[in-house]
Design a protein around this ligand. Structure first.
Ligand code: FAD
Length: 335
């Protein structure tokens, strides 16, 4: 017989964490005030994959998500395996949430404000109070920096496919288009050169004024016939055939624009507990997704690696399995 830690009353959508959970199959109960086996912070592809695995390992799992998954910005992903016609990020997340809840993961909306050690585990604080946990998975992702543009223009441009973040994901879609990359330095040069394999019309626009490129970067860009344009980038507006950019003394419509401006990695909660981070702020993990802080794991974009759904899911599966395998030392997992 399976044992899923389901909500005691599924009709009560406002169920709070201090209330009773009951397995619909074996009828065993646990109070949410008890420590959960695994607290997952973040409900994007990484967090939700971990929730599915952990719930099916019969762990008491609680996922708390601030609702800003980068996946939710994907109009249609065409490189995610298993969906030959593509799937929107919102639809994919919805399917994953349904799957995690089906196996008994408790999913909650909100932001974790602090994470501290308590006893042999952790206590996390959020708007609804505290959650005690034996292990914590950081699946908090990152936020890409974007040029100065209103939320309305940003969302409309993403939906129209004339503003994109990820050439690994969707460079194929800009084949032979007139493309601008907003950036400079090593990051800007790398992105522009990557896009050259899809189109021979790539312009690299320095966001703040003159380009900051070393001799090797300039040579590589010149060899690939990437056009260099100085900024500053003054304005961006939707146009019938793309985005109109005003930069330096020029105005031009590009069919697609990619920002290469870096990102804020959401690793603070873990870093404050002593978990090691890279210079970019990504959490360092071992082959089992363990951070350098005992009992604290990480998966997805918050970890250095290929920022892709498939990678986030793979890391999350490894993390959840490691958490499960380490748990018997803290709570016997016997049927
Ligand atoms: C426009 C766009 C298109 C993309 N297209 C593709 C594609 O086609 N194919 C592909 O493979 N990848 C694509 N990606 C990349 C993909 O979206 C990411 O790699 C993926 O979402 C990473 O998953 P994640 O779970 O690590 O992070 P996220 O999906 O970003 O989820 C992290 C979650 O953690 C939450 N969180 C952060 N801090 C806290 C906190 N303190 N408390 C609670 N919750 C918190 C956030 O609110 C967020 O919901 C695209 C990205 C963008 C922006």
């Amino acid at each position: 017989m399976n044992c899923a830690w389901r909500e005691y009353d599924e009709q009560r959508k406002d169920l709070r964490l201090s209330e009773l959970h009951r397995c619909v199959l074996c009828k065993a109960t646990w109070m949410s005030g008890d420590a959960v086996d695994c607290l997952i912070i973040g409900g994007g592809p990484a967090g939700l994959t971990a929730a599915i695995y952990a719930a099916r390992f019969r762990l008491r799992v609680c996922l708390i998500d601030a609702g800003q998954s980068r996946a939710a910005l994907i109009p249609l992903t065409r490189n995610h395996a298993g969906f030959p016609e593509g799937i929107s990020g919102v639809a994919l997340l919805e399917r994953m949430r349904e799957q995690a809840q089906k196996w008994g993961a408790a999913l909650r909306g909100g932001a974790i404000h602090s994470l501290a050690r308590r006893g042999g585990g952790f206590v996390a604080t959020w708007a609804d109070g505290e959650v005690a946990a034996r292990a914590v998975l950081m699946a908090t992702g990152l936020t890409s920096h974007r040029p100065d543009m209103s939320d309305d223009v940003h969302l409309a441009a993403l939906a129209a496919g004339c503003f994109r973040y990820c050439p690994v994901c969707d460079g194929f879609e800009v084949m032979d288009q007139d493309v601008a990359v907003i950036g400079t330095g090593a990051r800007g040069a790398k992105e522009a050169l990557f896009l050259r394999s899809f189109t021979d019309r790539v312009t690299l626009i320095a966001p703040n004024g003159a380009h900051v490129l070393d001799a090797d970067e300039r040579r590589a860009l010149a060899d690939a016939a990437v056009v260099l344009a100085n900024g500053p980038l003054e304005a961006m507006a939707l146009a019938p055939s793309g985005l109109r950019l005003q930069f330096g003394r020029a105005t031009k419509v590009f069919e697609c624009v990619y920002p290469a401006l870096g990102a804020t990695v959401h690793s603070d909660l873990a870093a404050r507990l002593g978990a090691a981070v890279t210079a970019e702020g990504c959490l360092k993990v071992d082959a089992h997704q363990r951070t350098s802080a005992d009992g604290l794991y990480a998966a997805g974009d918050v970890v250095i690696g290929l920022d892709q759904i498939s990678h986030a899911m793979g890391e999350a599966g490894v993390a959840a399995t490691t958490i499960r395998n380490n748990l018997p030392a803290r709570r016997p997992l016997l049927r």
